[in-house]
Design a binder for this molecule. Structure first.
Ligand code: SF4
Length: 442
């Protein structure tokens, strides 16, 4: 009962929706997109020393690392805000966004745990946590006017794909940039340009304006590439979504790989959203089959409705994603996204895992194989220390990579700094470069 009152679907009207950072670009573009629909969304500040200390203070150390970081982010913001606004601070004016997923790992528990902590501060105890769920494809149903639900879902998905593309542009340009730091500065500017564009045009559905900006960004980004720098070995990243996307928590893994001579491709965030819709579609199809055997008309009709609903969402996502990638790829050849259907086929054909178990292992296992089979020179599995799906991924993928003679690195992180990390990355990159040479490319 306590959790039902404090965590769930609440009306977003007239509140400030606080969004913790995962991928910096994604958080800002999504906040801009929500603002366009009249929601006062605010991207929380990037995790810093003080916020991480708070996160550590209010967790036991046994929680997953992303839970610790986001715990710190929200406490840091609220304390700072209270200090700034003094007597005008009113916790009821805020909502905090912490999505969830149903089992089998701990993500479904972050918001509950975090509310228990918030509840221990009398001044923050009334904060409500908005929880979007993977189980209904992250719908805003019940939080905004009904007529806007579909439009906001579509616009948020477009913001998410655009953020993925900006990340890919950064990783495509930075290893070949003609001036140190140029790519990062350029992408930060691009993030601001696109944030403004989403804020102005997302609700009206004028996406062509946004896509034209994206095309200009890809075209101008290409000019930062020094053509005299030869191609570098390619490293594919799989693993837990938060750690892959949050630079501070993965201790700038991608930049470190680049420093050692790699070009990296990170698994996208859209991949996970596609996966949740695909999984709901598969569940609905299975329900239809089960209901058909019992000849009950109503359950058959309901499950068929779900097949149509999730089928439409999934195919819309795939269609839209391809169209947006194509707009950028016209100017700069960034890597296309994995197709979740193809990933499902890989695990089924090779009998490696099953979608029924869920979790990111469903994507990381076939994602790693797909990199290995498509000309990459190494694979990194990045995850929070003790992350269950990533440990399963490692147990399945490591022997396969060894058989394929594909360099592979498990990179687990918590708030400590491992002195051997640098050596592990250097050794991995030595193997990656040898692999690249064997392909006759180095
Ligand atoms: S995916 Fe890993 S880090 Fe995330 S909640 Fe599950 S166990 Fe924790």
């Amino acid at each position: 009962m306590y959790f039902k009152k404090k965590i769930g679907r609440f009306n977003l009207f007239n509140k400030t929706l606080l969004i913790p950072e995962m991928s910096r670009i994604l958080t800002h573009l999504c906040a801009a997109c929500l603002k366009s629909f009249g929601i006062n969304a605010k991207a929380l500040e990037t995790c810093n020393e003080a916020s991480l200390e708070l996160g550590k203070e209010y967790t036991s150390g046994k929680e997953c690392y992303p839970c610790q970081i986001t715990m710190g982010d929200i406490l840091y913001f609220l304390k700072k805000e209270k200090k700034k606004l003094k007597g005008n601070f009113d916790i009821e004016k805020y909502l905090y966004l912490m999505p969830e997923t149903a089992g089998p790992c701990r993500f479904g528990m972050y918001n509950k745990y975090q509310h228990i902590v918030l509840n221990s501060f009398p001044e923050f105890a009334q904060l409500k946590i908005v929880s979007l769920s993977a189980g209904d494809a992250y719908s805003f149903d019940g939080m905004i006017e009904k007529k806007k639900v579909t439009a906001i879902r579509k616009a948020s998905f477009i913001a998410l794909v655009t953020a993925d593309i900006l990340d890919r542009l950064l990783m495509r340009i930075r290893p070949y940039e003609n001036k140190t730091g140029a790519a990062e500065q350029f992408i930060l500017k691009a993030q601001n340009i696109l944030s403004k564009a989403f804020e102005k045009h997302a609700a009206s559905g004028n996406f062509n304006f946004i896509f034209k900006k994206l095309e200009q960004i890809a075209e101008n980004g290409k000019k930062l590439i020094d053509p005299s720098i030869p191609p570098k070995p390619l490293v594919g990243i799989v693993g837990e979504i938060y750690l892959r996307s949050h630079e501070r928590s993965n201790q700038s893994l991608i930049k470190n790989l680049e420093k050692q001579g790699a070009e990296a491709v990170n698994a996208s965030i859209a991949e996970w959203v596609n996966f949740t819709s695909y999984k709901e579609l598969k569940n609905a199809e299975r329900e239809v089959r089960l209901n058909l055997t019992s000849f009950k008309i109503k359950p058959i009709a309901d499950s068929m409705k779900n097949v149509l609903k999730y089928g439409k969402i999934f195919f819309y996502q795939k269609y839209k994603q391809k169209r947006i990638y194509d707009r950028a790829i016209k100017f700069l050849n960034i890597a296309q996204d994995h197709n979740v259907k193809d990933l499902d086929k890989i695990i089924k054909e090779k009998k490696l895992f099953t979608l029924d178990i869920g979790t990111e292992a469903c994507l990381s296992i076939p994602g790693a194989l797909s990199y290995a089979e498509h000309g990459f020179n190494g694979v990194v599995n990045v995850y929070p220390f003790t992350c269950m799906p990533s440990i399963i991924t490692s147990a399945i993928v490591k022997p396969l990579m060894s058989k394929m003679r594909m360099p592979y690195l498990d990179a687990s992180y918590d708030s400590t700094y491992q002195p051997s990390r640098e050596t592990a990355i250097r050794t991995f990159m030595y193997q990656v470069k040898r692999h690249f040479k064997k392909q006759g490319r180095g």
